[in-house]
Design a protein around this ligand. Sequence first.
Ligand SMILES: CC(C)(COP(=O)(O)OP(=O)(O)OC[C@H]1O[C@@H](n2cnc3c(N)ncnc32)[C@H](O)[C@@H]1OP(=O)(O)O)[C@@H](O)C(=O)NCCC(=O)NCCS
Length: 189
Amino acid sequence: MKFQFHEAPVIETERLRLRPVSAGDLGDWMAVWRSPGVIDYLIDFEDLPQEDMGREIIEWADGIFVEGSGIRWALTLKPSKAMIGSCGFHLFDRRHHRVEIGYELHSDYWRQGIMSEAVRAVLGFCFDRLAVHRVEADVVEGNAASAALLKKAGFSLEGIWRDRVYKRGAYQSLWQFGILKPEFHALHG
Ligand SMILES: CC(C)(COP(=O)(O)OP(=O)(O)OC[C@H]1O[C@@H](n2cnc3c(N)ncnc32)[C@H](O)[C@@H]1OP(=O)(O)O)[C@@H](O)C(=O)NCCC(=O)NCCS
């Protein structure tokens, strides 16, 4: 058995509302992926996605919640209800108290501290409500924005997986980041 919530919790931060992704978010999520620069470093995207791929990703988000291995939240900037990005965790490992996180934001909203706010909230959820001890993040080599965000959030660069993914006709290495529960609480309280 993995974790069990009847429905994915809604999380409020100062500027954001994180609510479960639903089928009605397809159009907004497509707009996020289609905004300049967003898919360049996303591991599973070769080209701009078509709607069927968008639907598959929403099904994946539903599926990880149902099987208790993750939650993907839609990010909305209060008071708007429109989705401007997503953030969440997956690969919840109950035995080893470990998860992996992922996120992306519409490029119109970059460099305003929005994803830092969302990642902090998701980390707080993982460490405090799931009793996770370790959170991991894999970043395609060269993704300076994501690496800087993670370092600012308290993650350490722990290693490099050489040629770990095949994207756009070439092998790409991944930077592996991690943060432990005491490190998170020392930094964020
Ligand atoms: C990575 C991403 C989510 C960052 O979101 P964001 O809301 O713009 O990030 P923040 O404003 O919270 O930035 C936090 C810190 O990261 C660093 N940073 C963010 N964007 C950066 C950029 N383009 N270049 C260099 N550093 C950057 C900065 O140090 C920033 O702090 P500062 O603004 O106080 O200097 C966004 O660029 C994105 O969606 N990229 C495409 C998808 C992606 O790469 N997802 C992650 C896959 S691992």
